[in-house]
Design a protein around this ligand. Structure first.
Ligand code: MOS
Length: 705
């Protein structure tokens, strides 16, 4: 492969250092301003009113009864809301008519002088409905339909070779159904939007038509979506988000609360409208991960070499807007097999719209595939790591392209050494220490790299041999403020403390969402392009006030190579023999993710992902009441995410890695690779400890007694 196809690499000086977060002090002293914390004059406080039926029509909203309450300024509903310009996104085209499509739909918003007044009035607002029968659940027998494509444009179904014939003649077969539950992202900072529509006759050229402080993973994508909804040019919508307290995908796209603020602000032009979504409301308003039912069939010869893989997934979507989680897509890239089939079917329900959640598709898909692989290892009598070694593909099984950088077995080998894998009993239910059954489990992790076009950055020279680097990126707690400065410093060949970042505002150049593994890679690529353009135009000792703007260079390597990150997840589990209580005293992830720009922040991302994987294995499950179509788990008590007391020794390490094909920094991103496989590793360790094979998560104590 000629070097000409590789993106021009920058040399690492600042990259690779464990710089502290630039915003750390601001955050721990409460001075980092989150969406609703921006101080604005003349502000209306908003509180959402959500439908209490799953389907039907609004007969009457008794707004008059609450308009008289103290402080109430307005009740905005379908009878008096401004009209949207586009209903292309039915999730956002709200307050337009009397139809109710799911329980938890925004049917009104109360505007008042204080937050308490808005909330009190919203709670008292009576809404009468004509209810219609609704479909709110699905099961393994539901038929579903085949969508045109699944999330991110992947093919819905693939079929290579003769899967059924190969399964009929396979020496060993695993044919099982695996289930993952509804899950909610639950970032620390609840979703919130604060917005203002420019008042009649205001002439300040500097004021956009609509200005939103929004808790978002992408200011530019949010602005263009809202602009389309409201019939504005994207340039007339400003979105600002300097600090965001987590997202996990739920802040990747605007949800109904953003549309609500746009509509209410337009109706009350000239005043700010401040709308915090409550934790309870987040369970319907701001997205969730669909439950999945995965039928996995593996055929292998007696040595454990796969002869067939069949991964078929049933999951749900919303009747108002299709979202197909790409759950089986990952299976197209993991193991060598001559016969491979993947398929997705969606069941349309009268429920709110599912969306991205950390490692969409890949995370639940690798629960099914990796528990099935553990079952195959057991049935073949082969060590689970050895099973994976025997099924390493030469090329990407789906595309036939060479992998750019596949170091999966190196991850397993290093993990096996550091975790003490050779001491693992070959049979399950062998080790009892006191009252605790002890077991070890592994699983593969993988996540694709993406080229992330659509990013632009500006570099400007400042007095004192300093630079400002601007891009409309978002730091959702991942450390973008810090790592982008490290990348810029290396592209400019200066120290990182000479670089000031500007991110989190649509006034800065166009940038894609903090999603997939594309934040650092896509934004960083644009920053490198701008820095190199600056140096070419202005040299390395520029006077202040010069600028260069550039788009990320196109990278043809993605056409030629299959670029994925890999990892090996190891878990130790202890299960109490009397109570079934499950503990995870130890977990190790070994990753190959290309260059690690900042080891301190990358480790935090990786162990955060692994912790979320433990959460999915043991705790996280949103429970829908099929009678009404809402989630009864509506807070962090009933939807438990791991807290410090749940998590012991979780460690992440990585191979010394630079991926010259991925981008000028040689990185592939660390947002998702930590969560993938972590759940299956815990479930497989539970089996090894107890001999009980769980095929649905979360695994609970009662299943182990
Ligand atoms: Mo993120 S929800 O994995 O794009």
């Amino acid at each position: 492969m000629s070097e000409a196809t590789l993106p021009e690499q920058i040399r690492a000086h600042a990259m690779g250092r464990p710089d502290r977060r630039r915003d750390a002090r601001l955050k721990v002293t409460g001075r980092a301003t989150y969406a609703v914390e921006h101080e604005t004059d003349d502000t209306l406080q908003a509180h959402l009113v959500l439908s209490t039926v799953a389907k039907g029509r609004i007969r009457q909203i008794h707004a008059d009864e609450v308009r008289e309450l103290p402080g109430v300024v307005d009740v905005v509903d379908h009878t008096n809301a401004p009209r949207v310009a586009s209903d292309a996104d039915p999730e956002l085209a709200i307050l337009q008519d009397d139809r109710v499509h799911y329980r938890g739909q925004v049917v009104a918003v109360v505007l008042a002088e204080t937050a308490e007044q808005a909330r009190a009035a919203a709670q008292q607002l009576r809404v009468d409905y004509d209810e219609e029968p609704a479909r709110t659940e699905f099961d393994a027998d539901s038929e579903g339909y085949e969508p045109d494509s699944v999330n991110a444009g992947y093919e819905t179904a693939t079929d290579k070779g003769e899967v059924d014939a190969a399964l009929r003649t396979a020496a060993v077969v695993v044919d099982e159904t695996y289930r993952t539950p509804y899950e909610h992202q639950m970032p620390m900072e609840p979703h919130a939007t604060l917005g203002r529509w420019r008042g009649e006759g205001e002439t300040d050229e500097d004021q956009p038509t609509l200005w939103l402080y929004d808790s978002t993973q992408g200011v530019h994508p949010a602005a263009s979506t809202v602009a389309e909804l409201m019939g504005l040019d994207a340039a007339d919508v400003r979105v600002t988000a300097p600090y965001v307290g987590g997202g996990f995908g739920s802040k990747g796209l605007p949800h109904p609360q953003v549309a609500t603020v746009a509509l209410a602000a337009k109706k009350h032009a000239g005043r700010w409208v401040r709308l915090p979504v409550t934790r309870q409301q987040m369970f319907t308003v701001t997205g969730y991960r669909t439950a999945t039912v995965q039928h996995v069939r593996l055929g292998a010869d007696s040595d454990g070499r796969l002869t067939a893989v069949d991964h078929r997934v049933l999951e749900q979507t919303s009747a108002i807007k299709e979202y197909g989680e790409q759950t089986a897509e990952v299976t197209r890239h993991v193991y060598a097999t001559p016969n491979l089939r993947t398929a997705h079917r969606l069941v349309e329900l009268d429920v709110s719209v599912p969306t991205w959640m950390r490692a969409p598709g890949v995370m639940p898909g690798m629960v099914g595939l990796e528990i099935a692989m553990d079952e195959l290892a057991e049935r073949c009598g082969i060590d689970p790591i050895e099973l994976r070694r025997r099924n390493e593909p030469e090329v990407d099984p789906e595309s036939g392209k060479p992998f750019g950088h596949r170091r999966l077995m190196e991850c397993f080998d290093r993990g096996a050494r550091e975790f003490g894998w050779e001491q693992r009993a070959s049979e399950p239910r062998q080790t009892l220490e006191g009252d605790w059954w002890v077991g070890l489990g592994v699983a593969t992790s993988t996540y694709p790299a993406h080229p992330a076009p659509g990013n632009t950055a500006t570099v400007r020279s400042e007095p004192g041999e300093r630079y400002t680097v601007a891009i409309g990126a978002a730091d959702i707690g991942t450390g973008a403020w810090t790592v982008l400065a490290q990348i810029a410093a290396d592209a400019l060949e200066v120290d990182a403390d000479r670089v000031e970042m500007r991110i989190g505002d649509t006034r800065d150049p166009k940038a894609t969402v903090a999603g997939g593994p594309t934040g650092t890679s896509g934004w960083g690529s644009a920053i490198v392009a701008a820095a190199l353009a600056f140096r070419k135009e202005h040299g390395d000792t520029p006077p202040p006030g010069l600028e260069a703007t550039a788009d990320a260079a196109r990278n043809p390597a993605y056409k030629t190579f299959s670029l994925h990150s890999f990892g090996a997840q190891f878990a130790e589990v202890r299960v109490n023999r009397w109570t079934g209580e499950i503990r995870v005293p130890r977990m190790l992830g070994v990753f190959s993710a290309g260059r690690i720009v900042n080891p301190r922040l990358a480790r935090s991302q990786l162990i955060g992902g692994m912790t979320m994987g433990i959460g999915a294995a043991l705790f996280e499950e949103s429970v829908r009441d099929p009678r009404f179509g809402h989630f009864v788990t509506q807070d962090l008590a009933s939807y438990h995410v791991p807290a410090h007391a749940d998590i012991r020794d979780v460690e992440a390490v990585w191979l010394d890695d630079v991926d010259p094909r991925a981008n000028p920094m040689g990185l592939r991103g660390v947002g998702e690779i930590g969560i993938v496989g972590a759940t299956a590793a815990v479930v497989n360790a539970i089996h090894h400890a107890t001999g009980v094979r769980a095929r649905s998560v979360p695994v609970t104590a009662d299943e182990l007694l």
